[in-house]
Design a binder for this molecule. Structure first.
Ligand code: NAD
Length: 473
């Protein structure tokens, strides 16, 4: 149970009297409670970040780099605890919780140590010096699906740049953020450089707050639009990482078996709650039947199971609200005329793994005969649901891939890397993986169209938190 907020380097009793329950999605039992901070708490956190800003911005880049190294170390010391908390509050099975939900974020903090150290470098253009200066006070508003990762990909570059931060994590998975704040304290970061506020209306207050210079938001497209509108009044810088409906395009010469298996695995990972998930699989019409049977077999190979256990199994959907959304799309797919190749809208009890009589479980579902005009092919489902679609020629494949309001990620499969690259260049997205290439935590990630704007990770992610100043001599 958490009763205090981290503001100005101290754990303070919130002004808001309410509390928010955190629920374990595998059991539906309350597993924690955090303060429902109100506007006064947001004001206090922003004021602390404003006070801390000048000194932090003026701290030599090497010292900020050392502070980030200390933060990474403090997080690493508590990685088991972090993984356990994340597993309980959002349902990630132990291997995912430890490696992807915890160690990857620590590595990302480490990746900003060297980048922070380089922040004092000056560019010369003719008789000008171009300095990179911190944007100011940053509000980081984050979702629940990879909760610690989503926090650190904002926090680490913001701190590296010399910004101070007010963090507002998701109410659905906020407990890891309290451990992070303790790590900030243990690492000895100056008071006010990182502040933590939880609260159901805190995000809205931060987006509109006159003391905040930038909002970096990750979450749904609907809320992203509200954040941008709220930020407009004070001309804040805004970065939006929003939803996706990414397509994997399998070209005729590709290894179909590998492509289908990889895509099913990708859409099942984290129980489908990944913004960049490849949720539409586009295969040539004459290979559709083969793709269907491979996809069915691949989906059937995934087990659901206890998040506390190690292994490759899938956990539950993280929240009751998201569960209702996913279930709604399972019904909708059938109503729209898609065929159910695997999973589908069976009663809740049939989705649950053995040993569980509660929880928000959804077995992997593959919809076949999906066409672009269906809502299941257009809207983000955010669950382990794959739409299998066929195309006649490459132009049609590209048209289908680009034919949604989103543009976050994509994939291309081909025996010819040059051909795959040419198709990748035609996809309107922020990122494309060819032939199952691995995630690169130093390469920029982010979207176009309704997937948002701005980039995170690596030096491009750092630049989001910097203003350029030209000084003519
Ligand atoms: P959400 O939009 O409901 O909430 C995101 C955050 O915004 C939470 O912290 C929430 O408390 C806060 N919030 C809610 N209303 C707000 C308001 N009016 N003003 C300011 N803040 C407000 O999203 P979610 O359900 O937590 O996360 C799932 C969504 O996030 C999915 O749509 C997914 O695609 C998206 N997502 C995107 C990326 C990406 O990098 N593009 C990554 C992960 C998740």
């Amino acid at each position: 149970m958490r009763e205090r907020l981290f503001i100005g380097g101290r754990w303070v009793t919130p002004s808001g009297a309410g509390a928010i329950d955190v629920v374990d999605p595998a059991t539906e039992r309350v597993c924690g409670r955090v303060p429902d901070g109100d506007l006064r708490d947001v004001d206090a956190a922003v004021a602390a970040a404003v006070v801390a800003f000048d000194d932090w911005a003026a701290t030599p880049a090497q010292s900020r780099a050392a502070a980030l190294a200390g933060l990474a170390e403090a997080l690493r010391e508590r990685e088991d605890e972090l993984a356990r908390v994340i597993s309980t509050e959002m349902g990630a099975p132990w291997d995912n919780a430890l490696h992807v939900q915890t160690r990857l974020p620590v590595e990302i903090v480490e990746s900003y140590v060297d980048l922070a150290a380089a922040c004092d470098q000056v560019e010369r253009i003719g008789h000008s010096q171009v300095w990179r200066e911190p944007v100011g006070v940053v509000a980081a508003i984050t979702p629940w699906n990879y909760p610690l990762y989503q926090i650190v990909i904002k926090l680490a570059p913001a701190l590296a740049a010399g910004c101070t931060v007010v963090l507002k994590p998701s109410e659905d998975a906020p407990l890891n953020a309290f451990l992070l704040a303790e790590a900030v304290e243990a690492a000895g970061l100056p008071p006010g450089v990182v502040n933590l506020v939880t609260g159901s209306a805190a995000g809205r207050s931060l987006a509109a707050h006159p003391g905040v210079d930038m909002v970096s938001f990750t979450g749904s497209t609907r809320v992203g639009a509200l954040v941008a509108a709220a930020a407009a009044g004070s001309i804040k810088r805004v970065a939006l990482e929003l939803g996706g409906k990414s397509a994997a395009v399998v070209l005729p010469d590709a290894d179909l078996d590998a492509a289908v298996r990889h895509t099913v695995g990708n859409v099942c990972y984290n129980t489908g709650q990944t913004c960049t998930a490849l949720t539409r699989l586009l295969v040539p019409a004459d290979r559709y039947a083969d793709a269907l049977s491979t996809a069915a077999a691949a989906a059937a190979s995934y087990e659901l199971g206890d998040p506390r256990e190690p292994g490759e199994h899938l956990g539950p959907i993280a929240t009751a609200r998201q569960y209702a959304t996913v279930r709604g799309y399972l019904d909708l797919g059938v109503a729209e005329g898609a065929s159910v190749v695997a999973g589908g809208p069976a009663p809740a009890a049939e989705h649950r793994p053995a040993g569980f009589d509660a929880g928000w479980w959804v077995r992997p579902t593959i919809f076949g005969e999906v066409t672009s005009d269906m809502r299941i092919a257009q809207e983000e489902i955010f669950g382990p649901v794959l739409c299998l679609m066929s195309y006649r020629d490459e132009d049609e494949a590209v048209r289908i891939a680009n034919g949604t309001p989103y543009g976050l990620a994509g994939a291309v499969w081909s025996a010819s890397p040059e051909h795959a690259l040419a198709v990748a260049r035609r996809l309107h997205t922020g990122r494309v993986d060819i032939n199952g290439a691995a995630f690169n935590p130093l390469a920029p990630t982010g979207g176009v169209k309704k997937s948002g704007y701005g980039r995170e990770l690596g030096h491009h992610g750092l630049a989001e938190y910097q203003e350029l100043k030209a000084i003519q001599l």
